[in-house]
Design a protein around this ligand. Structure first.
Ligand code: GCO
Ligand code: MG
Length: 402
């Protein structure tokens, strides 16, 4: 089944998305998500100029071989742009395989390991009271797990707090926003929020928190320790993870579960973290880590080391990337949880998707393939517009991790 056409579609319904559409000789098409927030056109160029010319004429059925061709076959391997491009091809090929087999992709991955996919929602607020109220709001909707972010008094910009409570998207236009950060104030403030939440709602809800790479390993160890009484589901990106060994120190000092990996793009980013059991959840996601094929390799490595999956799922993953994660989540044995940031109505109109949220779980319908379409005409009405994620500085002006 030859691939006869490949098209990259860039569209901005409320935010930018890069979508790959592959067509086979019998007219079957598959869709893949290649969105790298704030670096979209680099992926477009990589796909159009370097991968698509090789892809035309290949047999769409040979998913693993095509993955290996673009991964192993490339002299310059790995990196977010390369791996998002491979991811989009991989997703589109799984979509095609599902359509040809007349089965949803999760069936091709081994079938259901669970009835539905546990997801977490995002409560945030600029004050403690607002956060408590927001958590209540998510509980009322049936969520079983909720990520909690709060503005830190005296700190100009805390990660994850937005004016719009439903749709969090920090990428803005013109030039990157410059945020300001104070670690000491953050460390003093955060445990109090979780103390208050446990006092209000008890221990029957799973609470998560994203540090967003802002601590050193020693500071992260300290935070993990001070959060232990509040039994978090996970503490995410406690320190930047380019240095995987940095997690040894955190692990030695706290039993708070650790999650990391949303910016990882290959299995080699997490071999130490997984095989030394330095983390509890691996956050690699379909769009950024080589698609479903890339995720399966990482999950298979993680399984014997008691590391579970916790795929990244912000709004910068399109409904196609989200669906790819959902099919994977339904089938993978060592599933943990899925991040689920809901998309705007406009996005959902451009990408009609066959998954539904109910009582804190996502259910997939049984459409063949990934079960997401792209309304190309509608997508064409929302042209790409350049956006940047913020950058971060300490109060003295030193550059810091955003
Ligand atoms: C998360 C993430 C995101 C990232 C975003 C950057 O846990 O959901 O940290 O919100 O900041 O994906 O593009
Ligand atoms: Mg995160």
């Amino acid at each position: 089944m030859k691939i006869t056409d490949a098209k990259v579609i860039v569209s901005s319904p409320d935010r930018n998305f890069v979508t790959l559409k592959l067509v086979t000789e019998d007219g079957t098409y598959g869709l893949g998500d290649a969105t790298v927030n704030g670096r979209e056109l680099a992926v477009v160029a990589y796909l159009q100029e370097h991968l698509i010319p090789c892809l035309i004429g290949m047999d769409a059925q040979n998913i693993e071989d095509i993955w290996q061709y673009f991964y192993r076959g490339a002299y310059w391997r790995r990196g977010p742009i390369t791996m998002a491009s491979i991811a989009a091809i991989d997703m589109a090929l799984w979509d095609i395989k599902g359509k040809l087999a007349n089965m949803p992709v999760y069936q091709l991955l081994g079938g259901k390991s669970r009835k539905a996919v546990l997801v977490y929602g995002h409560a945030n607020g600029s004050t403690e009271d607002e956060v408590v109220e927001q958590v209540g709001h998510y509980l009322a909707q049936g969520y079983k797990a909720i990520r909690v972010q709060c503005s830190v008094p005296g700190v100009q910009d805390s990660y994850g707090v937005s004016a719009d409570k439903a749709f969090y998207e920090p990428a803005a236009g013109a030039l990157p926003e410059v945020c300001s950060w104070n670690t000491a104030k953050y460390l003093d403030f955060i445990p109090g929020i979780f103390e208050k939440l446990r006092a209000t709602y008890g221990y029957d809800v799973q609470l998560l928190h994203d540090v967003h790479h802002r601590l050193t390993p020693n500071e992260a160890a300290h935070l993990g320790k001070s959060l232990e009484p509040f039994r978090l589901f996970w503490l995410e990106d406690a320190t930047p993870a380019e240095l995987q060994e940095g997690f040894r120190h955190i692990r030695r000092h706290t039993t708070t579960p650790l999650a990391v990996g949303e910016v990882f793009n290959s299995i080699y980013d997490c071999t130490t973290l997984i095989t030394e059991q330095l983390i509890d959840y691996i956050r690699t996601t379909s769009t950024h880590a080589g698609g479903i094929t890339g995720l399966r390799k990482i999950a298979a490595l993680a399984e014997p080391f008691h590391v579970k999956t916790g795929c990244h799922g912000p709004t910068d993953i399109s409904p196609i990337g989200m669906a790819a994660c959902m099919h994977f989540n339904l089938a993978v044995p060592n599933f943990g949880i899925q991040e689920f940031m809901i998309h705007t109505e406009k996005i959902n109109r451009v990408f009609p998707a066959g998954y539904t949220l109910k009582d804190g779980y996502v259910y997939l319908d049984d459409q063949p393939g990934l079960g997401v379409d792209l309304d190309e005409k509608l997508a064409g009405q929302y042209p790409y517009s350049r956006k940047y994620l913020p950058v971060n500085r300490l109060e003295d002006g030193s550059m810091w991790n955003w």
